[in-house]
Design a protein around this ligand. Sequence first.
Ligand code: SF4
Ligand code: SF4
Length: 289
Amino acid sequence: MSKTWAIINKILPFSCVDGPGNRLVIFLQGCNFNCLNCHNPYTISLCQNCGECVHNCPHSALSFENGKTVWQANLCQQCDNCIKTCENQSTPMTYRYSVDDILSVIRKYLPFLTGITLSGGEATLQLPFIQQLFTQIKNAPDLNQLTCLIDSNGYLAVQGWQKVASVMDGAMIDLKAWDTALHKYLTGRDNQRVKDSIRYLASINQLHEVRLLLIPQQSDLHNKAAEIAEFLNSLPEKPNIRINAFHAHGVVGLAKHWQSATQQDVERFASELQKQGLNQITLPSVYLV
Ligand code: SF4
Ligand code: SF4
């Protein structure tokens, strides 16, 4: 029995894009980046219980009790009024799940699953929960065939990765810009720890994938193919790379005016990386331009 719990935004019982095979994905609430291009900015902060959204719920699914905003999922019509009201980049529509609760959910879908992926927000902000959950999965005879992956912005310190290394099977890490100052502009944080995470995970054979998001005229990745390739080629093994194409659809704020990446942009960048000897590259299956 584990009483460790997490604040969860959403659970997706089946996904084939968050790691190999068919995966149950748990999106944890809260992030330590503040990306200009975030498609889900309401996942960035934990609810501050300010109560502002309560009166904007047209379906009485929200109430304010004992200083806390309470959400009743059974009354909610998913109109998103509360998210639009919130000025704290949050949502009242989160769940508090213990490790045991999540194990029950996993068992419900078990016959169809290859593994579990923890995503976000930034999953590693709730590291004790991940540590407990993955430990329980690895120790349970009916679950230990499931692979345990983390989808991360890479900002976790090496000491943090060391806490989960023995119970996870790998991590997918986003590298959002090569230049440190540009990375800080795009995400609010510099990228030194992201590069350290990539190096460390590769050194222990737990770097499942490096994800490169192409944002024309904003990110520098497409201009830095040689530097990125030199970095990735210096790892003990050539990593799997996934190139993601930025699309402005659904983005709020400044980035909604940014140019989306085309198939041509992505293929040109992939070809630059291939010329430098990086061949395990996955491209987007659809382009929303
Ligand atoms: S999405 Fe938010 S505002 Fe809309 S019904 Fe649900 S709780 Fe209420
Ligand atoms: S979701 Fe936002 S507006 Fe609603 S109570 Fe929480 S912090 Fe306040």
